[in-house]
Design a protein. Structure first.
Length: 175
């Protein structure tokens, strides 16, 4: 009886996380799925493009040299997140869908401290191989040097995720 229940549970989980792999959009250039946040910005993308800004630091001159040097305003330093939260799942996976609002909340509440990235494994199979995914969803947490310090498989409740970020990642929610 126990074996039958276990087998049925496993089959239900597999059915919930399975989706068509014959996706006609598989040939698209996008390698990740973007999660829109309530503010209208995207949570993360897997590829980052460096944007270049040009500053015109020329000051108007009147033909005379000022007696005191003019200081240029300091440029804000780029904030490097302390933790990268990588969610590996699929759009059609039920537990993965349940993780979407949690990922948006973590992005907005831990802005600058935690970078959230989502990989749709049906569209980007290489990500699954790179991170050794066995189950969807899988959450991988990297420190600021890119080393994995924690991994979780399956749905990850927000309270537990925040506790782990504080204990293992050293990141507390800003107030």
């Amino acid at each position: 009886m126990k074996r039958i229940l276990i087998l049925l549970t496993i089959l239900m989980l597999l059915a919930a996380c399975s989706a068509k792999t014959d996706n006609p959009q598989e040939n698209s250039d996008a390698t990740t799925e973007q999660i829109p946040s309530p503010s209208g910005t995207d949570v993360a993308t897997t590829t980052e493009t460096g944007s270049q800004t040009t500053n015109d630091n020329t000051l108007p001159t009147s033909g005379t040299t000022p007696s005191t040097p003019v200081k240029e305003p300091e440029q804000p330093k780029e904030v490097v997140p302390m933790v990268t939260f990588i969610e590996l799942g699929a759009e059609s996976c039920i537990p993965c869908k349940m993780m979407q609002p949690i990922m948006r909340e973590i992005t907005s509440e831990y802005k600058g401290l935690v970078k959230v990235v989502f990989y749709d494994l049906y569209k980007d199979r290489q990500a699954g191989q790179k991170y050794g995914v066995r189950v969807m969803p899988t959450q991988v947490f990297l420190d600021k040097d890119g080393r994995e310090f924690f991994r979780h498989e399956g749905f990850y409740p927000k309270e537990e995720l925040e506790r782990m970020l504080a204990e293992k990642g050293g990141v507390t929610k800003p107030k």
